[in-house]
Design a protein around this ligand. Structure first.
Ligand code: 13P
Length: 311
């Protein structure tokens, strides 16, 4: 017999207590997952909380690279990802063997990698950044430092533009953000001229050029909380709308669609996590993130450097 949503939520809550587990969720998760999470955040906040809490088990409601980062930062904890197929197109765009060859072509460059990469790419990097600290991390290096930025070329180009650097960019993108077009943004702007355009920096340069505000998911959410505007055009994944609406129920949010026929822009990887899978994950303690010790140690160094610079 199928369990009701209420029963599933109750069982999750009971098991969480019994097993001293915590549920972390990214803003792109489906609303039902965000509502049961102990903590919701952007990539940096989720990394910090995975290190700072006392739980024995972390159920990570996000994608694989996020769960891996939690494991790297907290190797003593059991980190579970409710669906192992929750991947990331940015991770797929940067295979470690090809990246190693790319690095060899630029032997005098240091490597700054966006957190949306595999543990192997982290291990090949000097420091990691997220969308919320990327500019500060890049600026922490001397302006003459030669830098490779991987894997997101849109974020890398944006940082080059803001900081005046000339980082060598790996040609990766997040499919979800890269599919958004300036035409769809401008269509919404025609309809709602008073609405500020707020954009995640993984979007293409043409979209960033018309943005009133650019930031990580947390920063976009904060902007909508504190702005006097009543409506917003939001260029990122649909999941963020749930918290925006929760914090500002009287305001309207228009997510830039990736497809003409809908107002949606869903990351199918993020949407793989369901309440049923979270319950199963807690019951059977699956799917446990396991990384070999050497890889974890090598990946920890650049992640730790970022954490030290991020307060
Ligand atoms: P942030 O939540 O750190 O902004 O990153 C979101 C993300 O992974 C976009 O693909």
């Amino acid at each position: 017999m199928l369990k009701s949503k209420k029963n599933i939520v109750n069982e999750i809550s009971k098991l969480k207590k019994e097993k001293n587990a915590i549920i972390l969720a990214h803003f792109y998760q489906v609303p039902g997952i965000q509502d049961i999470a102990d903590f919701i955040g952007d990539s940096l906040a989720l990394s910090k909380i995975s290190e700072q809490n006392n739980a024995e088990i972390i159920v990570f409601c996000g994608v694989l690279f996020m769960a891996e980062t939690a494991k790297i930062l907290s190797p003593q904890k059991k980190v579970l990802l409710p669906d192992l197929e929750a991947g990331c197109t940015l991770v797929d765009s940067c295979p470690p063997d090809e990246f190693s060859k790319f690095k060899e072509k630029h032997p005098d460059h240091i490597v700054i990698s966006y957190i949306n990469c595999s543990a192997e790419i982290k291990a090949l990097s000097d420091i990691i950044c997220t969308s919320s600290n990327a500019i500060d991390i890049v600026n922490s290096f001397d302006e003459n430092e030669k830098i490779i930025f991987a894997p997101d070329k849109n974020l890398g180009a944006y940082i080059n533009n803001i900081t005046g650097r000339n980082m060598v960019l790996w040609e990766g993108t997040c499919e979800i953000h890269d599919l958004l077009t300036i035409e769809r943004v401008l269509n919404l702007k025609d309809k709602y001229p008073d609405a500020p355009v707020i954009v995640h920096p993984e979007c293409k340069a043409q979209i960033l050029a018309v943005a009133d505000f650019i930031g990580s998911t947390s920063k976009l959410l904060n902007y909508t909380k504190h702005s006097k505007s009543e409506r917003f055009i939001v260029a990122t994944e649909t999941g963020i709308k749930h918290q925006m609406k929760k914090h500002s129920p009287e305001k309207e949010f228009f997510i830039v669609p990736s497809d003409e026929n809908c107002m949606c822009n869903d990351c199918h990887y993020m949407k793989k996590i369901t309440l049923e899978k979270v319950l199963q994950s807690l019951e059977e303690e699956k799917y446990e993130i396991k990384l070999n010790n050497k890889l974890m140690n090598d990946a920890l160094k650049p992640v730790k450097k970022m954490m030290e610079l991020s307060g």
